[in-house]
Design a protein around this ligand. Sequence first.
Ligand SMILES: Cc1cc2nc3c(=O)[nH]c(=O)nc-3n(C[C@H](O)[C@H](O)[C@H](O)COP(=O)(O)O)c2cc1C
Length: 323
Amino acid sequence: MFVLGLQGSPRKKGNTNYLLNEFMEAVRKRGAVTEVLHAPEMNILPCLGCGNCERKGFCAIKNDEMVTTVYPLLRRADLVVLASPVYFYNVTAQLKTLIDRSQALWARKYKHGLDDPGRLHRKGLFLSVGATKGKNLFDGMSLTGRYFFDAIGSEYTDLLGYRRIEEPGELARHPDVEKDVAALVEKIEPMFARKKILFACRENACRSQMASAFARQLAGDRIEALNAGSTPADRINPEMEAVMAEIGIDMAYRTPRSIDAAIEEAQPDMIVTMGCGEQCPYIPGVKYIDWDLPDPAGQPVEFMREIRGDIRKRVEALLGETG
Ligand SMILES: Cc1cc2nc3c(=O)[nH]c(=O)nc-3n(C[C@H](O)[C@H](O)[C@H](O)COP(=O)(O)O)c2cc1C
C-alpha cells in the first residue's frame, strides 16, 4: 500500500511535519510504503483559471512539479494525507496552490466523464494544528479538503486537528498524539487487509496497466491491484490510454515501474503474468497464473480494443474466483 503525504507548513521542523511524520511512521510499521512532498519546497505554479483542463482534460501548465510529480503520485496513492497548519482558517498558500491545481483532475472526472480506477478504494485524511481554540478552527480547511479529496478521486475519512499549538516543538509534548495516530491507523486497517494481486507484463505500458485498472475499478475495496513490468517503458502506451478513455476509464498520469518496485510496495498473494516470461521473479508461497495475451503495442487500435475486452473478461473471472 502506498501512502502519499502532502505537507503544507513552511516550517520543516514545525508541528505539522511532526504530526505527519508520526502518522507516516505508524503506517510504515504496518507495512505501507510512504512518500512525503513538502509543498513549500516545490515548484508548483498557481492555477491560471484558463479553462484548458475543462476543454481539453489537461493543465495548460506543462512542466512544473505538479505535472511531473504530484499528479502521478496522486494517481498511485492508496491513501493521501493532507497536512497543514491553520493559516487564516485554511491551509497554507503553498498547499492551496497545489490543491487548486487538482482542478485538472476535477475536470477529467466531471467535464470529461473519466473515472479514475483508484476511486473505489482511495482514502483521504487531514492532519492539522492551529494556535487558537475556537470550535470552528478546522471548518474552513475541512471544506477545502473535502472538495480536494473528491477531485482527486478519494473518500475523505477523517480530520485530526490539535488546537492551542503554536510554537515549533509544542505538539511533540502533547500527551495524546501517539494514541490518536494509532486510532487513525486502526480505522484504515481494512485497506491493509486487502488481498494483493500483482499484474506483470514486459513494459508495464499496456496489458498489466489495463488489468490492474479493471481490478481496481471492480474490486479495489477488497483487492490491492499492483502492476509492473520486467523491463518498464518510459511511459504508458498513449493508445492504451485512449482506448481505456473510450470506456470512461482514466489512465492518465500512470507510470510504468519495475517488478521489484511493486513487490517492495506490497508482497503479493498472487502474480498474474502476461508476457514477462522467464524474467518474472519466483517468490515462494505466491500463487502464479499466466495469461497468454499478445502484446498490443504497435498494433492497430482494433487489436488494442480486443485485448482490452479480453483482459476485462479475465479480470472479472479472476475476481469471481478469488471471492
Ligand atoms: C500566516 C499565519 C496565519 C495563521 N493563522 C492562524 C489562524 O487563523 N488560526 C490559528 O489558530 N492559528 C493560526 N496561525 C498559527 C499556526 O497555525 C500555528 O502556529 C501552528 O502551530 C503552526 O504550525 P507549524 O509549526 O506546522 O508551522 C497562523 C500562523 C501564521 C504564520
